[in-house]
Design a protein around this ligand. Structure first.
Ligand SMILES: NC(=O)c1ccc[n+]([C@@H]2O[C@H](COP(=O)([O-])OP(=O)(O)OC[C@H]3O[C@@H](n4cnc5c(N)ncnc54)[C@H](O)[C@@H]3O)[C@@H](O)[C@H]2O)c1
Ligand SMILES: CC(C)=CCC/C(C)=C/C=C/C(C)=C/C=C/C(C)=C/C=C/C=C(C)/C=C/C=C(C)/C=C/C=C(\C)CCC=C(C)C
Length: 586
């Protein structure tokens, strides 16, 4: 089964993957049947759902549902699904509209010749059974689901310049000992920096996490846990790099801290908010990194099924092209096929650039969005290679996740400078046929490198770039890799743009310069009444656990606004104004 096709739609299938059929067969939920009906005869499906009327608007059979929902969620990424499921559990009538054929977005999956690939990264935070920060476990539990997970003994194995090799062991003491062995003269600095991270992590882990835009909750937390909240407020505008520099002087060790931050933020430590850095640098030891049996795609499938079981609906192949406004308020959405749905609130899981650049037709960007775009630009996308290889090419005891930056620290943030590699079959061998492994290799890449090329040049360029990366991996880790490949598919930023509906294929916001920590990141409300955003262009940013938190926060704020949670209009106005003002300080 040798496939070396460098097809343009490489990482995402253009037709439903086998497992989509599986999802449809095995789910007994209404939403899945709805999806099937809607695809075949939308107007009849709507009749089944009890649609009040069908209006023409120049298009026969374009059905309209007048405020039939409490919340419409555009997109079924993890952020959208968590918001949707949390609201459904609170009793809201929820509809999720997904452009693609399966749920999950960048946390989706696809299948080829017996291999099950994760579309995005396979490093899962927040999936343990302890503490308050296991947000993925909690999101699944809220809809009655639990996934079996496999503990990863090593979060990542760093292969860095000057042959610096560091394994981030699950056990914190093992990791710290290994780091100190590499930098014995910096023992105090290492302990100082990571201890400061733990102080923040412990404060975070002590809170019940809900919407920071909802005053009754926020003031309640300050009352119950004043020290922890003040700790978080103190660190909110700070970045990891400046704190690392208070403790550490060795330039190579500071570069290592940059690499630690880069793998989760695609920027260096000076630009990475300290709260986010602390979250990931500690959770990997507290709850540990845990891989879901069957692959990352199972998380979205379970959430989508849970949503339907709690009375929500999800429609696939439902491409939202417009958010409908009435008197300045978001009241519904229009799909590319003309269908319209109406709701008391609209939650967009598309990026803020897509939401305000494409879905919303307003003459002037709200001030809040102008401020966001002043502070943040789109982070780069990725070039990804999904590969099936013969198992014999991997040395025994190969770790699951690797980060490779060969010989020049200056290349860390440059496109194609460093290589991310995950081998999820090290943990779950069922993802590949017997005697084989999956290699998911990715590196940062901008869309501008891939536009304006003829089909032939585009395909050739993919092949050239992929070959260079394979040679680098052969030199550094796996001699003979090229000859062991049995299947290979290459995706570019254009692929990510097309299949994830993400502006320029971006994976979220990146600060234009040194940010004031997380202070400038918008939460979920927007300048448009009734419109909320969720996902990686909202607080606290990129990452499955981060967008899960965004989903939890969003659901809480929406629930308060539609009367499913307590709310104080006066305190609301005061807090939202204060937060808006604070963001302008960033
Ligand atoms: N290990 C990890 O931590 C890991 C792994 C994978 C993904 N991720 C993270 O997940 C984050 C993204 O999650 P997310 O929830 O923000 O979003 P997402 O991009 O994953 O999902 C958005 C979904 O919305 C859909 N969509 C967009 N526009 C639409 C439209 N107009 N109509 C209908 N559907 C539309 C897309 O098809 C997609 O399914 C990324 O930042 C990435 O870092 C992390
Ligand atoms: C409001 C005001 C003003 C004040 C108040 C104060 C307070 C209370 C505050 C609070 C806060 C909070 C709660 C916060 C929270 C936060 C959080 C939760 C955060 C989180 C974060 C997370 C993150 C960022 C994550 C991320 C991750 C990621 C991205 C991942 C990725 C991965 C990868 C890519 C891997 C790599 C791979 C290889 C190496 C292969």
């Amino acid at each position: 089964m040798l496939h070396l096709g460098f097809v343009s739609h490489a990482i995402f299938p253009s037709t439903a993957p086998k497992s989509y059929a599986f999802a449809r067969r095995t789910s007994s939920g209404r939403g899945v049947r709805t999806c099937e009906r809607a695809r075949l005869r939308p107007w009849r499906a709507m009749a089944v759902l009890g649609v009040e009327k069908t209006v023409g608007r120049g298009r026969e059979r374009a059905p309209v549902e007048k405020a039939q929902y409490d919340a419409i969620v555009i997109g079924s990424g993890i952020g959208g699904l968590v918001a949707a499921t949390q609201l459904a559990v609170k009793g809201a009538r929820v509809l999720v509209l997904e452009k693609y054929v399966i749920p999950g977005g960048s946390s989706g999956f696809f299948e080829r010749d017996g291999f099950t690939f994760d579309v995005g990264s396979s490093v899962m935070f927040g999936f343990s059974d302890k503490g308050n920060l296991n947000l993925i476990t909690q999101a699944l539990a809220a809809v009655g689901h639990k996934m079996q997970v496999i503990p990863d003994p090593t979060t990542v194995h760093f292969h860095l310049p000057s042959n610096l090799s560091v394994r981030v062991h699950r056990e914190y003491d093992d990791f710290i000992t290994e780091l100190i062995n590499n930098f014995p003269h910096e023992k105090a600095g290492i302990l100082g920096f990571y201890n400061e991270c733990w102080k923040i992590f412990n404060a975070l882990n002590s809170l019940e996490l809900k919407s920071l835009e909802e005053p009754i909750y926020l003031f309640g937390q300050f009352f119950k846990k004043p020290l922890e909240c003040l700790t978080l407020a103190y660190y909110l505008p700070q970045n990891a790099g400046e704190i690392a520099r208070k403790h550490i002087k060795d330039p190579q060790l500071l570069s290592f801290i940059d690499a630690e931050c880069f793998i989760v933020s695609t920027v260096n430590a000076l630009q990475t908010p300290m709260i986010n850095a602390s979250m990931v640098l500690c959770d990997r030891h507290f709850g540990g990194i845990n891989y879901p049996v069957g692959g990352v795609g199972g998380i979205a499938k379970a959430l989508a099924n849970g949503l339907v079981e709690k009375g929500g609906k999800i429609l696939y192949k439902a491409n939202v092209t417009n958010i409908i406004l009435e008197n300045g308020k978001a009241i519904g959405v229009r799909l590319s096929d003309g269908r319209e749905f109406f709701s008391r609130s609209v939650i967009s899981n598309a990026t803020r650039w897509d939401t305000f650049g494409k879905l919303l037709k307003v003459d002037d960007l709200p001030e809040e969005e102008k401020n966001f775009q002043r502070i943040y630009v789109k982070a780069p996308s990725f070039l990804s290679i999904h590969m099936g290889v013969k198992a014999s090419v991997l040395p025994p005891d190969t770790d699951c996740h690797h980060f490779i930056l060969e010989d020049d620290w200056n290349r860390l943030e440059r496109p194609y400078g460093s290589i991310f590699l995950s081998i999820p079959t090290v943990l779950d061998s069922t993802l590949a046929p017997k005697g084989h492994h999956i290699l998911h290799i990715f590196t940062t890449s901008g869309i501008e490198d891939w536009e304006g090329l003829s089909r032939k040049d585009y395909e050739e360029k993919k092949e050239i770039v992929a070959n260079q990366i394979i040679s680098r991996l052969e030199n550094k880790l796996f001699p003979g890799l090229r000859n062991s490949i049995v299947l290979q598919e290459v995706g570019t930023p254009k692929t990510h743009r097309r299949y994830l509906a993400r502006y320029d294929g971006t994976y979220g916001p990146m600060p234009r310069s040194i940010p004031k920590g997380l202070l400038g990141m918008p939460f979920n409300t927007t300048g448009i009444d009734g419109l909320y955003c969720v996902g990686d262009s909202c607080f606290p940013g990129q990452g499955v656990i981060a967008v899960s938190f965004s989903g939890i926060m969003c659901a809480h704020r929406v629930a308060a606004d539609i009367g499913l949670e307590r709310k104080s209009p006066i305190l609301d106005a005061a807090l939202l104004q204060l937060l808006g003002w604070l963001r302008t300080m960033a």
